[in-house]
Write a protein of this length. Structure first.
Length: 551
């Protein structure tokens, strides 16, 4: 368990265990202290990542980003607790149950923000946001047409700074194009970067038959045991195939005024029927029920499969494992179109991750100032990178953004395509590199140019594939009017969700994998799944969400 306890962190756990009342906590003075020279000391709950790639000697509490924040804002940050994944969620739960919050903390869900607000534990940020947020920061939030700040506004008060959640585009089909070329396969003859379900099937069959990876155990298409994902990209899932049949698994949405759960539709049944048929033919990995995420990554890296699904940026953190094993590996990007020749895609929720401030903290404006520093000034002011060369090195070397004091992302809704436009113009010689707006994209330009000039640096390979391959595909689809967008509903957790959702998720995933692997007949068992889902809480949850939406 990757948790760092300071003295304060230990006190928090002890306090939670003896259940100190929230009323008493509300009367506590702020933990922050201001020194004689004006430096504000504050405590923070820090969500970490296992593979952040920090340089030797740097930590989450003391790194290039925190040192820059200390100097620019005259603050001193001490981590009350550090943890990653579920461990961090447990630390947040302890803080909530005791009412003993750090001065600033990230929480992962709107349910937690609402609980903190209802119990009077967090500061109203309306005034400091209106006063201290830069015009650029406000413009970023405004680009979501109110959806971002509305998510954290209660009774007219802004109670958190939300991370934004830029639409990630379609679920992309990543194909080993060096294999396609080697086998002389014609794929996407019209060049629109869209392929049909039949073309995807035939490509997988060709890869299996010809075994271009020259491995003892070639695999068709490998997917995770849970098969589908609520995330639009659906990395390592069958989302690409489901979307092509107009099915939206694990998604709530309205159609003709009716609330629908996408995993229970007739189109989802059709998608599962297709995947089950592919499994019988050997096109879907025979070990589909047991493959872990790491297993699938290994299959790709070992040349056992050359087709996978995922978001535009998986070369940066996943497909680079393939390059490490085979520097000649090249991927091309496609999407699977439906029978109408369009690509179904769904919007993300506008926000993800939330920074809250302890109600007793004397300087709530600091959370806004931190957001300005990292999501406006660092992005738009090149002089900061000259002033802090270790920060520039972080960006160049791909140190994860979680090293920043605020482990959220705040980007305009158009940021992906804005960044791609700058990058493409610079690579094509239309603008010089100093005209590229953001430090990250300037670094990407340099890395991609290096790759195109024969540099073997894996960063250049991954940035070329994610930006030119991934973002370039989204740009082409948008320009060609090929994307049809679904806007889902994003309900708060209902009472029945709290008691029944885990079992419903288990029911869905277990039944789907049995249908696909032949354990159940899709023609009769899918309808039984829908019936069981409704009886075991699905119908009640639907009613509760409808009530939410009509408030």
């Amino acid at each position: 368990m990757n948790i760092k306890y300071t003295e304060k962190g230990a006190v928090m756990v002890l306090t939670a265990l003896i259940a100190v009342s929230m009323t008493a906590c509300e009367n506590k003075i702020s933990k922050a202290e201001t020194s004689a020279v004006g430096t504000v000391s504050l405590s923070m709950g820090r969500q970490t990542l296992q593979n952040v790639k920090l340089p030797d000697g740097d930590t989450y509490e003391n790194n290039a980003y925190t040192r820059m924040a200390d100097k620019e804002l005259n603050i001193k940050i001490t981590d009350a607790f550090e943890a990653n994944g579920d461990d961090y969620d447990r630390q947040v739960s302890l803080a909530l149950s005791s009412g003993d919050l750090p001065d600033i903390m990230k929480v992962g869900s709107l349910d937690e923000v609402k609980e903190l607000y209802d119990n009077g534990l967090i500061a109203d940020l309306t005034e400091v946001y209106n006063k201290d947020a830069s015009n650029n920061l406000k413009a970023i939030y405004n680009s979501y047409n109110g959806r971002a700040l509305d998510n954290v506004t209660y009774d007219g008060k802004i109670m958190a700074l939300p991370g934004t959640n830029v639409d990630s585009g379609p679920s992309i089909v990543w194909v080993r194009s060096d294999w396609v070329k080697k086998l002389g396969i014609t794929l996407d003859a019209d060049g629109d970067r869209c392929i049909t379900v039949a073309e995807l099937k035939n490509l997988a069959k060709d890869f299996l038959k010809e075994n271009p990876g020259k491995t003892e155990h070639p695999v068709g298409i490998a997917v995770t045991p849970y098969l589908t994902s609520g995330d639009p990209d659906g990395t390592y899932t069958i989302n690409s195939i489901a979307y092509a049949f107009n099915a939206f698994p694990k998604t709530w949405y309205k159609k003709d005024g009716k609330l629908i759960y996408g995993s229970t539709t007739a189109t989802m049944k059709t998608a599962l029927t297709t995947v089950a048929a592919w499994y019988k033919e050997g096109i879907i990995d025979e070990q589909v029920g047991t493959r872990t995420w790491d297993d699938i990554t290994a299959l790709l890296a070992n040349g056992q499969t050359g087709i996978t699904f995922g978001t535009w940026h998986i070369p940066d953190w996943l497909l680079k494992n393939v390059y490490a094993m085979d520097p000649k590996a090249i991927f091309s990007t496609y999407t699977v179109e439906n029978d109408d020749g369009v690509v179904n895609c769904k919007h993300n929720n506008a926000t993800s991750g939330y920074m809250v401030v302890n109600k007793s903290f004397a300087h709530p404006e600091i959370v806004v100032q931190l957001a300005d520093l990292f999501y406006d000034k660092l992005v738009n002011d090149p002089s900061l990178l000259q002033k802090y060369p270790d920060v520039a090195s972080y960006i160049k070397d791909g140190v994860d953004g979680s090293a920043r004091p605020m482990n959220i992302e705040i980007n305009a809704s158009t940021s992906l395509m804005d960044d791609y436009s700058d990058l493409e113009k610079c690579l094509s010689g239309k603008i010089p590199i100093d005209k590229v707006k953001t430090a990250e994209q300037r670094s990407n330009v340099t890395a991609i140019k290096g790759y195109l000039n024969g540099d073997a640096d894996p960063i250049g390979w991954s940035k070329y594939h994610s930006r030119i391959g991934g973002l370039g595909l989204i740009k082409k689809l948008e320009d060609g009017g090929k994307i049809t967008w679904l806007t889902p509903e994003f309900p708060s957790t209902t009472d029945t969700m709290k008691t029944n959702q885990a079992n419903l998720d288990k029911l869905e995933e277990e039944r789907f994998i049995k249908i696909v692997t032949g354990g159940l007949d899709v023609n009769k068992e899918f309808d039984k799944f829908v019936s069981d889902w409704k009886e075991q809480g699905g119908s009640k949850i639907t009613e509760e969400i409808e009530a939410q939406l009509h408030k």
